[in-house]
Design a protein around this ligand. Structure first.
Ligand SMILES: [Cu+2]
Length: 446
């Protein structure tokens, strides 16, 4: 088990690579780079207005500098290598070393100046999804301004007139550039720090790729049949847990830039939707939920008080989205008797193993040989066996005694005595799971 405490240190993996850009063009802010897919500790502001920073799961926040009253950021659009899971790297396009790109954080009332350097082989733009800004800053290539040619840097500058959760992505060769992983989130904190304060504020960007097992580059023409369903370009079991201290007020902000909706379901709690990318939901207009559908091209934030200790699953409720690389044209063998067939195939292929007659759970147990650079369809081990999940799945870990800035994995929850499902030790009815529905039917008749 990896000790997150050892690797989760503020700024770990941060490398300054702004030197080159600086010598070519004095005055550009340094462009911080990230070489790690591990959740980075929240980046507390050291200048400008104060705010409570967010935590991007398996992501990081872009540092800024103050230039007079203007908050300056530097994004670099470029090819990146991203570890989607241990053992699977994808060659993507992203920002500042990673896909998804770094989270940008600022405060309502700030003026921001965002330098965007294009190191891609084709032009790009950045659209600021949900922001109220001048039309010429909106980043729609050809409409708002010309595309940023390869090798050039453009400057976006605007006032943040409202707080909330927004996204950024190209509006230039959009289908390709988004399929390649170009997207990030932009959080504008309220000017009034007493407005809807929370103790923990998590960010998840829902995205998806179509990458054939054994390959590295996403197919960019895929419209719906993606095979890698990710949160911030990461899949279970390597999405970090959402670590929460007992009693914390928690906000989870979920953006969706995939091609389909995702009903995000969290166990153990009910919660309220408090924000969309259109703005904050007034108290009287909120309603309770346990699953919240995140439409395409939208953001939803929900909040809850962490008063139930435990390990609680959080996942997309489309069961195919909690699987990793898989084919969809596999017949259903449940209930089929493969004894005869197995004997015949083994004459030619002695290692042949029949699968699927009892369901597919055995796939979570087996260490099947996989091509290089892919992840098993269902995977992850919990304290009680295989979790049989992949893709858009993680665990909310609510514990007592977690320090304010500690997001390291506390390990598995130990259920107090008498609070865990247990095996019946008394008499059992006669029953065989090997009977097909047909035999069971015949038995009942006789
Ligand atoms: Cu989904």
């Amino acid at each position: 088990m990896m000790n997150r405490r050892q690797i989760l240190t503020a700024g770990a993996g941060l490398m300054a690579t702004g030197t080159m850009a600086k010598s070519q063009n004095m005055g550009l802010p340094e462009a911080a780079m990230m070489d790690s897919a591990t959740t980075q500790a929240p980046l507390r502001p050291t200048s400008g207005r104060d705010y409570n920073p967010v935590v991007t799961l398996n992501g990081w926040t872009l540092p800024y500098r103050m230039n007079g009253n203007v908050k300056e950021f530097h994004l670099i659009a470029e090819p990146v290598e991203r570890e989607l899971a241990d053992g699977m790297t994808a060659y993507l396009w992203g920002y500042n070393g990673q896909s998804t790109g770094p989270t940008i954080e600022a405060v309502e009332g700030d003026r921001v100046r965002i330098f965007v350097t294009n190191k891609l082989p084709e032009h790009t733009t950045v659209h600021w999804h949900g922001m109220i800004l001048p039309s010429g800053m909106d980043g729609v290539g050809g409409l708002s301004h010309p595309g940023i040619p390869p090798g050039k840097t453009f400057v976006y500058e605007f006032d943040l007139v409202k707080s909330g959760t927004f996204m950024y992505h190209p509006h230039a060769d959009e289908m390709v550039q988004m399929a390649m992983g170009m997207m990030g989130m932009f959080v504008v904190h309220p000017k009034d720090p007493t407005f809807m304060p929370v103790d923990r504020d998590f960010l998840i960007m829902l995205n998806a790729f179509d990458i054939d097992p054994g390959t590295y580059i996403p197919r960019v023409m895929t419209m719906t049949d993606f095979n890698i369903w990710t949160w911030n370009s990461r899949v279970f079991p390597d999405i970090d847990p959402l670590v929460v201290n007992y009693g914390d007020r928690v906000r989870v902000r979920v953006g969706n830039l995939t091609m389909t909706n995702h009903p995000i379901h969290m166990h153990g709690y009910d919660f309220e939707v408090t924000c969309t990318d259109g703005g904050w939901v007034p108290k009287e207009a909120r309603w309770p939920e346990v699953s919240i559908d995140i439409p395409v091209g939208a953001m939803r934030a929900y909040e809850f008080d962490a008063v139930h200790l435990g390990d609680w699953a959080i996942h997309c409720h489309k069961s195919h989205h909690t699987m990793n690389a898989m084919g969809h044209d596999v017949p259903n063998f449940i209930g089929a008797d493969k004894t005869q067939l197995t004997r015949m195939i083994r004459r030619h292929q002695p290692e042949y193993m029949p699968m699927g007659s009892n369901g597919m759970a055995e796939m979570g147990m087996m260490q099947m040989e996989l091509p290089d650079n892919t992840v098993p369809m269902m995977t992850g081990w919990g304290p009680h066996g295989p979790i049989e999940m992949g893709g858009m799945f993680s665990v909310v870990k609510v514990r007592e005694g977690i320090d304010a800035d500690d997001y390291s994995d506390p390990g598995w929850y130990e259920n107090p005595p008498g609070t865990q499902a247990y095996e019946w030790a008394g008499e059992l009815p006669e029953f065989s799971t090997n009977d097909s529905p047909k035999t069971r039917l015949t038995k009942r008749k006789s």
